[in-house]
Design a protein. Sequence first.
Length: 145
Amino acid sequence: MSTDQTDPGAPAAFASLSDAQWRERLSPEEYYVLRQGGTERPFTGEQRDAGQRGVYRCRACGAELFTSETKFDSRCGWPSFYQPAEGANVRYLRDTGMGMERVEVRCGSCDSHLGHVFSGEGFDTPTDQRYCINSLSMTFQEEDE
């Protein structure tokens, strides 16, 4: 992806997109999850069972988020990772919606909603964290052999 500021795909350009421009770029379902903070139904996402090696990127802007090496099966119905990719562009927000306190995970490049991160659930992972991410929030780029 180019870093030229005139390129509509450049990360800085995403910060200035209007709501109408986001609606043009994304399907209604993608818009609901990425821009309105929605959640796709569990056990329906295309990235949930992917077993290939590669990189998961933000569907809205292409920023690298996670790698297949940190993906694990948490049986929660959404893709789960135990940490973002090294140098990944993610940010965290306190989320007190739905009657509980959670940590929302957003793309640091375009501020799209990705999902939530949970800690202390007892998964046998190096971080004891579960990044529960909507499939609609990501694309997958398979690693070259």
